[in-house]
Design a protein around this ligand. Structure first.
Ligand SMILES: C[S@@+](CC[C@H](N)C(=O)[O-])C[C@H]1O[C@@H](n2cnc3c(N)ncnc32)[C@H](O)[C@@H]1O
Length: 231
């Protein structure tokens, strides 16, 4: 029987390579400084080289991961949504597209290069240059006491136990009683003690913790943890 090459199974390594190419090559090929995905990715890559532990990822999150993380944006008027670690701004854009009328989107970013990039490329964003460990104070300075949703892409598994605890406590202090929290972790980090410990903290802090994914087309494959019913 003649073999049609389009019907042959694609080896896993080629599928992963194709996913990587789809996610990044167009952006590298057409860099546009300061705006759009080209500017986002090149800023991200420079920040990784300069401060790998602070950025904590080898590439920006894919749109699929962004959509899962932003899935908690409420639809009621005037909702307050906080993003922790917006980085190049890819998930920020996805959150913005879902914001209800009169809503407020506030992002907290620690890395100076990312902050400059976001200020240039997204003048509409209410951006706070600061550390998520000081979330309660930073939001209070911006006149916010409570958030309806908090979307995080912080590199939790690279943080020590004390930092994880402190940031999570701050999140819990500002999250509304019916608020929701999402965070992203990579599949490769999943079995490591810091990730196991972080998931244990989440289960302790929230009545509901759902793992969405894995998203295989993300580089590296990622899982979104979606949490509700804060205790
Ligand atoms: C893994 S990157 C995610 C970037 C982007 N949101 C994405 O998903 O592609 C983590 C981001 O968190 C920022 N970050 C790390 N620690 C932080 C902290 N304590 N407070 C605020 N931002 C932090 C890093 O600078 C970086 O921009």
């Amino acid at each position: 029987m003649a073999t049609n090459s389009s019907e042959m199974p694609i080896p896993r390594r080629r599928r992963a390579r194709a996913a990587f190419d789809r996610q990044f090559l167009p952006r590298f090929a057409t860099p546009q400084r300061g705006s759009g995905h080209g500017g986002d990715t090149s800023t991200f890559m420079r920040a990784i080289m300069a401060q790998p532990h602070q950025v904590g990822a080898i590439a920006p999150s894919s749109s699929r991961v962004g959509r899962l993380a932003a899935g908690i944006v409420p639809d009621h008027d005037g909702a307050v949504v906080v993003e922790l670690g917006p980085g190049g701004g890819h998930i920020t854009d996805i959150i913005r597209d879902r914001m209800p009328s009169g809503g407020r989107l506030v992002a907290v970013e620690l890395n100076d290069d990312m902050v400059r990039h976001l200020e240039r490329s997204r003048p509409w964003l209410e951006l706070i240059a600061g550390d998520a460990s000081d979330l309660v104070g930073l939001l209070a300075d911006a006149g916010i006491k409570q958030a309806d949703a908090i979307v995080s892409a912080l590199p939790w598994t690279l943080l020590g136990h004390d930092s994880q605890r402190r940031i999570l406590d701050q999140v819990l202090e500002v999250l509304a009683p019916d608020g929701r929290f999402t965070t992203i972790t990579t599949l490769s980090a999943w079995p490591f003690p810091s990730c196991v410990e972080f998931r244990r903290m989440l289960r302790e802090a929230f009545g509901q913790v759902k793992a969405l994914g894995p998203v295989w087309a993300n580089v590296p494959p990622a899982i979104v943890l979606s949490c509700g019913d804060p205790r």
